[in-house]
Design a protein around this ligand. Sequence first.
Ligand SMILES: Nc1ncnc2c1ncn2[C@@H]1O[C@H](COP(=O)(O)OP(=O)(O)OP(=O)(O)O)[C@@H](O)[C@H]1O
Length: 230
Amino acid sequence: MLRLENCLIENGGFALHADLEIAPGSRIAVIGPSGAGKSTLIEALAGFRALSEGAIRWRDYDLTPIEPGKRPIAMLFQDGNLFPHLTVAQNVGLGIHPNLRLDNAQQANVQAALARVGLDGMGDRKPAALSGGQQSRVALARVLVQGRDLLLLDEPFAALGPALKAEMLDLVAELVAESGATLLMVSHDPSDARRIADQVVLVAEGEADPPMDTATLLDNPPPALKAYLG
Ligand SMILES: Nc1ncnc2c1ncn2[C@@H]1O[C@H](COP(=O)(O)OP(=O)(O)OP(=O)(O)O)[C@@H](O)[C@H]1O
């Protein structure tokens, strides 16, 4: 289980409370009104934002005091965070080792990840020589080589068109199904949640609610969500 135990997360004058559990292997969409604290929640899980109260536990480990790089977490940001001066393979290799001194097995791991996301043979290119969708695939390959238990996505494909976004969401779903990773994905688009997530964590009115079945929640949204969905 991923447990957020009575967590209070503060951001300037803003405060978010979370007391919830997420089962391993779940695919969770984090949705809610703008400014409700979705990114704040993800930042706290990743360790970029300290808790004011409470604890975060994964399986038997208390993650609360653990620094971000040592948590069993990989994160995918909206812009993919690719380095333009590095090749595609080097950008992926950063997920294994920041100094890029990779042994043969690690190099092979990079090539396998590139092949898995459909970028076989493109490892020597620079990101600028790839389309937007291909760049998203590089960022996904970097997440893949990290082999972490928890995958956090914060509006990862918002810049892509609808067809490409759907394709990337399906690829993410496939990859987490293969690895058994637990997925939490912030999204503004309820159709993203329906497409990829079995459960939804609603963030609204200062609270991150326990996960609810996606279809049940979206078919009968509570008032805070209804106002946001329009
Ligand atoms: N540096 C800051 N100082 C004070 N308040 C902040 C700061 N940064 C963010 N906030 C507040 O924290 C709250 C939560 O922000 P957060 O980015 O987590 O919301 P969100 O749900 O991800 O929003 P969006 O959907 O618009 O991205 C917001 O109401 C915002 O005004």
